[in-house]
Write a protein that binds this ligand. Structure first.
Ligand code: URA
Length: 183
């Protein structure tokens, strides 16, 4: 049966549920599927996904072994527009259940939609990125969406600072020996 919590399912090809490790210690949450994600039914497989893979791999994280990648909305909005607040809210129970089941101690929020959807509809990614938030006994790091980094490469320096904090936290909480090419 098709999801009818909002109208997006009617206009998309695949529901992009997310993928990664069943017990991932890190969950990355993006906005919603784009064209390629919708075609393939997999998250972050287009240009943003390639950049995300590169960032994760420099950090020493494999997207299938250490990370779970999901999105705030599971169905592609028409013409890749931002998901509406009511679409984010309608889809929220799915990501909340995924967080509960996978139980990651560290969550990375990629971009404004993820930050607004999970934490606060009035939050600003520019103001809140790079600082750890405590949310339901988990540590949450908001950072720029990879598509923002592709549009504006000057933001990459800040993004690397944010991922450096994630590497440090991973060493503190999960694996003191964790190797990363970044530092
Ligand atoms: N952008 C997102 O936010 N999520 C995806 O899955 C792909 C691109």
């Amino acid at each position: 049966m098709q999801c009818r919590k909002c109208a997006l399912r009617q206009g998309c090809t695949h529901v992009v549920f997310g993928e990664g490790a069943r017990h991932a210690k890190i969950m990355c949450i993006g906005e919603g599927p784009g064209y390629y994600e919708d075609q393939l039914g997999r998250p972050f497989v287009g240009a943003s996904g390639q950049l995300l893979d590169k960032i994760l791999s420099v950090c020493g994280f494999s997207r299938l072994q250490q990370v779970f990648i999901g999105n705030i909305v599971k169905c592609r909005p028409p013409q890749n527009r931002d998901p509406l607040p009511e679409e984010r809210e309608a889809c929220l129970p799915y990501i909340l259940k995924q967080i509960e089941l996978i139980d990651p101690p560290i969550i990375i929020l990629l971009g404004a939609t993820a930050l607004k959807g999970l934490i606060d509809p009035n939050a600003s990614i520019t103001r809140m990125r790079g600082t750890w938030l405590n949310w339901n006994n988990r540590l949450v790091m908001p950072t720029f969406h990879p598509s923002a980094l592709l549009r504006n490469p000057a933001l990459k320096r800040d993004a690397w600072e944010d991922f450096k904090k994630v590497i440090d936290k991973y060493r503190e909480l999960v694996d003191p020996q964790h190797h990363s090419d970044y530092h």
